[in-house]
Design a protein around this ligand. Structure first.
Ligand SMILES: *Cc1c(COP(=O)(O)O)cnc(C)c1O
Length: 375
């Protein structure tokens, strides 16, 4: 038909509805039979070859495309959703979260900003995380792809606040003295990557020895700060870890908060693994003091088992957070009415277009409740 408009919509909604129902049936069976399967298996060469074919130019029925994925993708997953996956520290997803991802795509909103229910859900999830961490309601936060970006955002705020010059205008060449961040030798490698990315260099992260319980040695930390000050460097931040990747150790967060207050440093907590212990009645004492941080990185895709990706950074001083990332092209002026009215979520991070990853977290938290007992 000549006059028919080109579209990405299905040509037959009845057919696609049936196929979608089949995908849901298969997905439920896939999870139901998970325990019967291998945790992981190598991808045979003929299957690999299926993923090396050139760009498709001609159309194929969606049912065929799905069949190809069903046989060639689903059996060759990482295995982290399997109960017998013991590798690293990783979340295992959850079915509600998968439905959330689907519904988020159906809603289709761009979470860069806007007067949408999606944006309200995004902001509510941040508020809930603040509540969980006992952060003040005036704090800010943003959902990120994961902990690496959450930590990067926190360190960017610290760099800009502590540089002594307007880093946004002058860049790091304007720094009077090299900045120093402190963390234990158990700290996650993403911090070095973040500081390299920020132009501060790997040497700006001073690793302090850990004690016999893999926690940062407090007297070694104080000595390092004093030594660096005497050498003309600028100590700016202590990174405490709540749950190290190597052993799950948690630094003495209260003691670190006190040192930071005394020394005039910012206190950041990498809680990518352990922050959510804060809602575990019997074990919350393990992360006591996390509520004293200036910023916290946490990873819903780890101990909340949100399907990948979902990270988060919370920042005590919302104003400094906003000042670090706010940016408004002429096409993005803040408005007081209409679809674009209100807070611009993109002013709190690096991404302008943002996905609706809040929904999978929101649905699961509503469904389970924060008081859900552990097993
Ligand atoms: C996983 C992890 C990170 C990095 O987070 P991603 O979500 O993988 O980017 C940072 N710090 C700690 C302690 C972690 O366990």
């Amino acid at each position: 038909m000549k006059n028919e408009e080109e579209t990405l919509d299905p040509s037959d909604w009845t057919e696609v509805r049936e196929l979608a129902h089949r995908m849901v049936e298969d997905a439920v069976r896939h999870l139901d039979e998970l325990r019967e399967r291998h945790v992981w298996q190598p991808i045979p060469e003929d299957v690999r070859a299926r993923f090396r074919t050139p760009l498709p130019t001609d159309p194929r029925p969606l049912g065929d495309v799905y069949e190809e994925l069903r046989t060639n993708m689903l059996p060759y997953a990482m295995g982290n959703i399997h109960p017998r996956f013991w590798g690293w520290y990783m979340g295992s997803g959850n079915f509600t979260g998968a439905l959330g991802d689907f519904l988020a795509a159906i809603d289709g909103s761009n979470l860069g900003g806007g007067s949408t229910a999606a944006a309200m859900i995004d902001m509510q999830v941040i508020d809930w995380f603040k509540e969980m961490m006992e952060f003040p309601s005036t704090a800010s936060g943003t959902l990120t792809s994961g902990g690496s970006v959450a930590n990067l955002l926190a360190h960017t705020i610290t760099r800009n606040m502590m540089a002594g010059v307007d880093v946004r205008a002058e860049g790091i060449l304007g720094l009077a003295r090299p900045l120093r961040f402190y963390a234990s030798d158990q700290v996650h490698s993403c911090h070095q990557k973040a500081l390299e990315t920020l132009g501060l260099g790997a040497r700006s992260l001073r690793m302090v020895p850990s004690d016999e319980r893999q926690r940062i040695d407090l007297s070694a930390l104080e000595a390092a700060i004093a030594e660096d000050r005497a050498a003309g460097l600028a100590p700016v931040c202590v990174i405490g870890t709540a749950g190290t990747t190597n052993t799950g150790a948690t630094d003495d967060l209260r003691a670190l908060a006190a040192i930071c207050r005394r020394e005039g440093l910012r206190f950041h907590v990498d809680g990518c693994i352990g922050a959510f212990l804060k809602i575990a009645p019997e074990n919350r004492a393990l992360v006591a003091g996390i509520e004293l941080a200036d910023s916290i990185a946490l990873d819903p895709h780890k101990w909340l088992h949100t399907p990948f990706e979902a990270g988060c950074v919370l920042v005590r001083d919302a104003e400094r957070h906003f000042e670090t990332f706010e940016m408004h092209g002429e096409y993005l002026q803040l408005q007081t009415r209409g679809m674009i009215a209100g807070k611009f979520l993109a002013d709190y991070g690096l991404e302008l277009s943002r996905g609706f990853k809040a929904l999978k977290i929101w649905m699961s938290l509503k469904e389970n409740g924060a008081a859900k007992p552990g097993v």
